[in-house]
Design a binder for this molecule. Structure first.
Ligand code: SF4
Length: 281
């Protein structure tokens, strides 16, 4: 029987207010990208998005905040959102993605019903300094270690197409493997003209081979997820990502860019005769 595909929906519960300088990120206030910015999304809107995600077959629902890390106020907000979402859509598996987090903060999220935490390494340790100067790669790695220590499901991955070398990609995948993640989201840089980075130079064939490489280098991960940049990177060839080892995708919109309409993705899976996962270990 074919592998089932895990669908995840992301909800930007705070957007575009980050003070950090990650060069690929339009949510940094430094680059003045033309995106929606708000401190706290209305809870009724979040609940509607959760219900819509569930009804479209999503199992994962990720609460994302755009900041370097958690502070008391954000932690309280994320926990309260998690509790409200569970009331209306208890079938969803809640994920939080809130930047740097301590073990204690993660335990609080876990107590609020959040099962998994996503924090990406983004790129290799060596290349990271060219991508971000306001916080170190080691903080990212430590947060992932904290997730494991808190007994939460670790979701960690990165972004390709930032100008990194193949050596950097291999190095990042090695670092990810050392953290033993359950899910590895891989993103492909989606250029925004407000950002200083050059557009993503990867070809579709190169991007497909990076999915394969991720699968090969992190064989214990239950899921290799193709997340941001899927439409732009793969266009008409999106269905090929599953042949190269992906078994999870983000459906609906991304954080600051529009995704494909959910029904197009559902139609694609149907045509490929791929079933949607309704539970995970
Ligand atoms: S810390 Fe996160 S939200 Fe802030 S600029 Fe970097 S990637 Fe974007």
């Amino acid at each position: 029987m074919k592998e089932k595909i895990f669908l995840c929906s992301i909800c930007n519960i705070n957007s575009g207010t980050c003070l950090e300088d990650c060069k690929f990120c339009s949510q940094s206030v430094r680059y003045k990208a033309d995106i929606e910015r708000y401190k706290q999304k209305d809870i009724e809107l979040i609940k509607q998005e959760a219900i819509s995600a569930r009804d479209s077959g999503a199992l994962g629902f990720c609460l994302v905040t755009a900041d370097k890390g958690l502070d008391d106020k954000t932690l309280e907000f994320v926990c309260s959102v998690a509790k409200e979402v569970q009331k209306v859509a208890p079938q969803l598996r809640l994920i939080a993605c809130n930047g740097t987090a301590t073990l204690e903060q993660l335990k609080e999220l876990k107590n609020a019903g959040i099962k998994a935490y996503n924090h990406n390494l983004e790129t290799s340790k060596a290349f990271y300094e060219q991508i971000c100067t306001t916080h170190p790669w080691s903080e990212r790695y430590e947060t992932c270690q904290n997730v494991n220590a808190a007994g939460m499901v670790l979701i960690t991955g990165g972004i390709f197409g930032l100008g990194e070398t193949q050596e950097d990609r291999v190095s990042m995948l090695r670092s990810l493997a050392s953290l033993n993640p359950t899910s590895v989201p891989i993103n492909f840089y989606h250029h925004n003209e407000a950002l200083q980075l050059q557009p993503n130079p990867l070809t579709t064939d190169e991007a497909l081979s990076l999915i394969k490489l991720t699968r090969e280098m992190i064989p214990n991960a239950q899921r290799i997820m193709v997340a941001g940049g899927r439409e732009l990177m793969f266009g008409e060839r999106q269905s090929e990502i599953f042949e190269y080892g992906a078994n999870s995708i983000v459906i609906g919109n991304y954080l600051t860019t529009a995704g494909r309409e959910m029904n197009k993705d559902l139609q694609m899976l149907k045509e490929l005769n791929l079933q949607i996962a309704t539970s995970v270990k």
